[in-house]
Design a protein around this ligand. Structure first.
Ligand SMILES: NC(=O)c1ccc[n+]([C@@H]2O[C@H](COP(=O)([O-])OP(=O)(O)OC[C@H]3O[C@@H](n4cnc5c(N)ncnc54)[C@H](OP(=O)(O)O)[C@@H]3O)[C@@H](O)[C@H]2O)c1
Length: 262
């Protein structure tokens, strides 16, 4: 590979939930480093198409595919579309996620629980079943799961989300042990609050502030996490610099848990 060849040239990334927020930043970052990117989204087609245009205008390769990662048939169709587009996927970032409604267990419907856990954890198990055989044949494979620092808190009124992310982490750590012999690295990135649509909604609901960015000054590092902060950690994990790293969980919370005031 020449000195000017981008490091991820020749690699194919599938990023779930990549139309907006953290997933969008991850897809953009991987594409800028030379990966061909499958931009998955659920509803916001305009946002997904604008990202594909941005990547291709910059000389990169990208396609977008609508599919809910919580629905088995749509997961299968997503895998088919990704494999049709680029032949294989050697880098999967499972980022798609939804918040739960904020109800106690006693008032949470089974339907909500099933929907949230399916989006965070069950669908990606199915997706892996479709992608792993091809991934094993590549020089290197990477799976990065976007979890949440909330998993360490298990706060009340968040059982579907907490359960979804805990199951996702269990899947990742099990998979890391199974696939290491095939050269597939599996890691978890667990952000704290991030300034995205989801972060804004959480802050509005819990604190009555307009946006996550309104909390910048109160954070240990002087600002709330931005999507690019998470994307750069994902970029590191899939790079040669992290070629000896697998089965790890990196918390990206700007020191919230490390701060003297907690
Ligand atoms: N923001 C935070 O404070 C925070 C903190 C810790 C962890 N996280 C985690 O980080 C991930 C990304 O969050 P975000 O803040 O970027 O969220 P966001 O701004 O709400 O964006 C969510 C993205 O996921 C997609 N999506 C939602 N449901 C989907 C489904 N069933 N199938 C496929 N795609 C789906 C959305 O697609 P459409 O545009 O089509 O709807 C969108 O692209 C999530 O897993 C979240 O749990 C977020």
């Amino acid at each position: 590979m020449g000195a000017n060849t981008p490091e991820l040239a020749g690699r194919v990334a599938l990023v779930t939930g990549a139309s907006r927020g953290i997933g969008r930043a991850i897809a953009r970052t991987l594409a800028a480093d030379g990966a061909a990117v499958v931009v998955n989204y659920r509803r916001d087609r305009e946002a997904a198409e604008s990202l594909v245009a941005e990547i291709t205008d910059a000389g990169g390769r990208a396609v977008c595919v609508a599919a809910s990662v919580g629905e088995v048939a749509e997961v299968d169709a997503l895998a088919d579309a990704a494999l049709d587009a680029y032949g294989h996927v050697d880098l999967l970032v499972h980022n798609a996620g939804i918040a739960s409604r904020g109800l106690p267990v006693a008032e949470t419907s089974f339907e909500e629980l099933h929907r949230v856990v399916s989006v965070h954890a069950l669908g990606v198990h199915r997706l892996l079943g479709r992608l792993l055989p091809g991934m094993r044949e590549q020089r290197r494979g990477d799976v990065v799961m976007i979890s949440s620092s909330e998993v360490s808190e298990m706060r009340p009124n968040g059982a579907p989300y907490n359960m979804g992310k805990a199951a996702l982490e269990a899947l990742a750590l099990t998979l890391a042990k199974e696939e290491v012999r095939h050269g597939i690295h599996v890691n978890i990135v667990a952000p704290g609050l991030v300034a995205t649509d989801m972060g804004d909604r959480l802050v509005r609901a819990k604190l009555g502030e307009d946006s996550a960015e309104a909390l910048d000054a109160s954070m240990p590092l002087g600002r709330v996490c931005r999507p690019d902060d998470v994307a750069r950690v994902v970029r590191f994990l899939v790079s040669e610099d992290a070629g000896y790293v697998t089965g790890q969980r990196i918390v990206v919370d700007g020191g919230v848990n490390a701060s003297p005031t907690g």
